[in-house]
Design a protein around this ligand. Structure first.
Ligand code: GLN
Length: 489
């Protein structure tokens, strides 16, 4: 295997045995970027100097005989909606195409504190609105498995970077599925932690009550290590949970005997590709043979999650995106007649079609005449969905479903059909509405494209998700499939 294909924990082992230096790892990853980036287009900004400086620091520590942390010197890619002091943070939007933040997001600070080497900021759907990365204001990203296909979205750049070997791990953000769905399309693991587990300070807000930062990795051990690095209380985020810091590597146990798993029948209903369903049923059989107790259950309000999400997310977005007015930051039309003209033309020029559509939807449902009929109703539906989960978790330790109804679709296939695109997230959206953790794990291929299995857990019970994923990983070839990525070669 080539260096860029290895996991963070394997590279760490090689570093501590002095079989390789951190500078060599960085250099190999950038060689890979130079070779494939033109085809994949994962990055908006590459930060080679930053990575080299971090790697040199790691090497200095090793040479001085100091102990290094498990992620020191490991190349990481970060979605371009997390603020990085001194480095462009564009959210893939023309309105922020010159925004260089004066501060760094807490999650990114933690990644720096762990000694990781930032290789670049990744492409995404503009302001994280989308499921294919085609809504980027700059260019689409291509799926490393098949360059004619999308990598999923909105964190498509981060997922593609890990799958293509352009970074060892990455961070994304998930408001309705934007980590899990691209992980599923690119054959890597993606996790949305519990709402409040990772600080949102410095994450450019899309829908603040749903947004959560999480990692992309190639195996479950790396996932646990990344969670150890980024989770934890942050006084700068008032929704950050003040809990004792966990060591997620303790959950890496190859044993799920007696674990109770529910499969909500609404998540395997029509609309799910039959071959995707086959892979999911095979995974269920595997779990059963490993000693888990799996049965069908029902989550009766699932059908209402999608409409509730698109009301709540767009309402919050319309409010969050009001700050881009050409004054504070971002693009400004210079030849405006007056301030209103400046607001209107700056916004009109800076925002893309999907962002405008959502601002209009959001302001409409929040307007005095429609607030009760739409926004308030959606909040009530959100409570019903949360109660579906509460009831299910009285009986089950985990819930299971496909991550996405299909494998990666072709670039251009859905751009003119926003509703079809929104349906990509039927299985992932309820999780954000309920605030619980979920991960997507590869579970086989259909026509040489990866399928993702979604596991959903109780709030702050990331450990059980990791244990189930780890057990599956140890007893299948699921997390080794990505090394078959052929599209970019
Ligand atoms: N695809 C969903 C949307 O467009 C989810 C996006 C996300 O999780 N950021 O809103």
């Amino acid at each position: 295997m080539e260096l860029f294909q290895l996991t963070a924990h394997r590279l760490h082992e090689m570093l501590t045995k002095k079989e390789i230096s951190a500078s060599e790892i960085t250099s190999e990853v950038f060689k890979r970027i130079d070779r494939v980036e033109e085809k994949v287009k994962s990055f908006i900004t590459q930060t080679r100097e930053h990575a080299e400086a971090a790697a040199a620091n790691t090497d200095r520590k090793i040479a001085a005989g100091e102990k290094i942390g498990p992620l020191e010197g490991i190349p990481v890619a970060i979605k371009d909606n997390m603020c990085t002091e001194g480095i462009l943070t564009s959210c893939a939007s023309k309105i922020l195409n010159k925004f260089v933040p004066p501060y760094t997001a807490t999650a990114v600070d933690k990644v720096y504190a762990a000694g990781m080497a930032l290789v670049g900021k990744t492409n995404m759907d503009e302001f994280a609105m989308g499921s294919s990365t085609e809504n980027s204001g700059f260019f689409p990203t291509h799926n490393p498995w098949d360059l004619e296909r999308v990598p999923g979205g909105s964190s498509g750049g981060s997922a593609a970077a890990v799958a293509a070997g352009e970074a060892i791990v990455a961070l994304g953000s998930d408001t309705g599925g934007s980590i899990r769905q691209p992980a599923s399309f690119c054959g890597v693991i993606g996790m949305k932690p519990t709402y409040g587990a990772v600080s949102r300070y410095g994450l450019v807000a899309y829908a603040s009550s749903l947004d959560q930062i999480g990692p992309f990795t190639k195996d479950v051990t790396d996932m646990a290590l990344m969670l150890n690095a980024i989770c934890g209380h942050d006084p700068l985020d008032s929704t950050s949970a003040n809990l004792k810091q966990s060591d997620y590597t303790k959950a890496l146990v190859n044993d799920i005997k007696g674990l109770k798993i529910g499969v909500p029948k609404e998540y395997l209903a029509e609309g799910i590709d039959p071959q995707v369903k086959e892979r999911i049923l095979e995974a269920i059989n595997k779990l059963t043979s490993l000693g888990a107790y799996v049965e069908e259950t029902s989550m009766p309000h699932t059908d209402y999650a999608m409409p509730a999400y698109y009301l709540i997310a767009t309402a919050e977005a319309s409010s969050n995106l009001a700050r881009y007015d050409g004054v504070g930051y971002g693009l400004r039309v210079e030849d405006a007649e007056d301030v209103i003209d400046m607001y209107m033309r700056s916004r009109s020029l800076g925002f893309g079609t999907e962002v405008k559509r959502r601002i209009m939807l959001g302001t409409y449902s929040l307007s005095a005449g429609y607030y009760d009929a739409y926004y308030l109703k959606a909040l009530k539906v959100r409570t019903l969905i949360k109660q579906d989960f509460d009831r299910a978790f009285e009986k089950y330790d985990l819930l299971l479903s496909p991550t996405s109804p299909s494998t990666a679709f072709k670039i251009g296939e859905m751009v003119n059909d926003p509703v079809q695109m929104y349906l990509q997230d039927v299985c992932t959206i309820p999780v954000n509405l309920a605030g619980i953790p979920a991960l997507s794990l590869p579970c086989g291929l259909v026509n040489n494209l990866p399928v993702g299995l979604q596991l959903m857990g109780k709030a702050f019970d990331e450990g059980t998700l990791l244990r189930a994923a780890y057990t599956l990983e140890q007893n299948t070839d699921y997390t080794r499939l990505w090394s078959e990525v052929k599209g970019v070669e």
